[in-house]
Design a protein around this ligand. Sequence first.
Ligand code: 4AD
Ligand code: MG
Length: 442
Amino acid sequence: PEATKIKIRDSVANRNKRVKVSGWVQNLRVQGKDMMFIDLRDGTGYLQCILTGKLCHTFDALTLTIESTVTLYGVISELPAGKTAPDNHELVADYWEVIHKAPGDKEAFGNKLNAEADPSVLLDQRHLVIRSKKQSAVLRVRAQLMKSFRDHFDSRGYTEVTPPCMVQTQVEGGSTLFTLDYYGEPAYLTQSSQLYLETCLPALGDVWCMAESYRAERSHTRRHLSEYTHLEAEMAFLDFNDLLDKIEDLICDTIDRVLAHEPTRRLVEELNPGFKAPSRPFKRMHYSEAIEYLKEHNIAKEDGTFYEFGEDIPEAPERAMTDQIGVPILLTHFPAEIKAFYMKRSKEDPRLTESVDVLMPNVGEIVGGSMRISDYDELMAAYKREELDPTPYYWYIDQRKYGSSEHAGYGLGVERLLAWLCNRYTVRECSLYPRFTGRCQP
Ligand code: 4AD
Ligand code: MG
């Protein structure tokens, strides 16, 4: 009889019909001479296939290896009581062929995928490791997360833009810039698309982008990458409280959208059992309150002294505080000295900026945002204070001449949000091919 060519994701709808399915051998179990199980993977799902009798006696059957590619023909039948398999059915094969045979080394391949292997081995072998159930699940959630961001901004009326990655201005300080030779002129890989997004406001209204950002971070931490996916948005005519509301809305609405997609909700549940979407409003806390919190809870520096007002709160104490509090925090009003040149000062206390970081349990900072300086003279003074040459920023400065406005924006690290959502130990598991100090391959 005829066979319908299907993808595994459609196997339930094609039960009791003769189908043709192609994919990779995820796993292989031989039971005696006359029975063999293939766990087939085709990128859309997993399907148990059973081969019996003559089908198991061929040379191909006797020498089949995991990660070989095969095509199977047969009927997808519900399992008898007592047997289990994905979707509670299996393909009862009546014919099959090998498309390509992988080197027959189950042990070697298994070791490459072994979660107990040294992390650097797993990173060297990442092109194979992404085939594993867990790693492919994270990448699948990532795809749905990116779609959900897009749907979120679409529903809120923002326009998506594509700023350049090769630039001649810095955004977040000179120490983490990657430099490149641009036809003999110095240039950088972008740290953030923020400044370009600001120029789009008078042209397009509220805008957003999702692009790679680059940071030459020397620190070997679980949450720093040299190349990461940066989701950024910029809005005009709003105040600081509006900004906080919009950040909350982004996170909560996007997570709701991810979980509303049933296959993704199941993957999140497998990766992060018991995950609950965060509820609004988030806890709001001033930077100065965080400094007090660290003292009250005895979270100190290595030398035993406490963090004082004006100091940057590094990753470890920030994590300790966030994990103790256990809910998302909007940490606001950082001192100007520890923040970027473009941030607007607080009206109540000019030592402070109208700035915000979102901190998530188990990850720490996932978002950084602020009101922007909208006044020309104030911006020029900021360049002076930071000892930055304003010349290459002429186009940015022009925004304060030709119709300035109160405006604000934020940037979110996609890998960090994903690490929180999928309960991954490090952002390295949340990037397809992570780049960090000492690693630029595969
Ligand atoms: O806090 P950051 O440096 O802020 C900016 O770049 C602003 N210009 C964004 C804006 O307002 N449009 O970076 C924003 C976020 C961080 O909160 C973090 O989640 C992520 O980007 N991030 C990194 N993620 C992975 N690896 C790194 N090295 C990262 N550096 C920042
Ligand atoms: Mg930051």
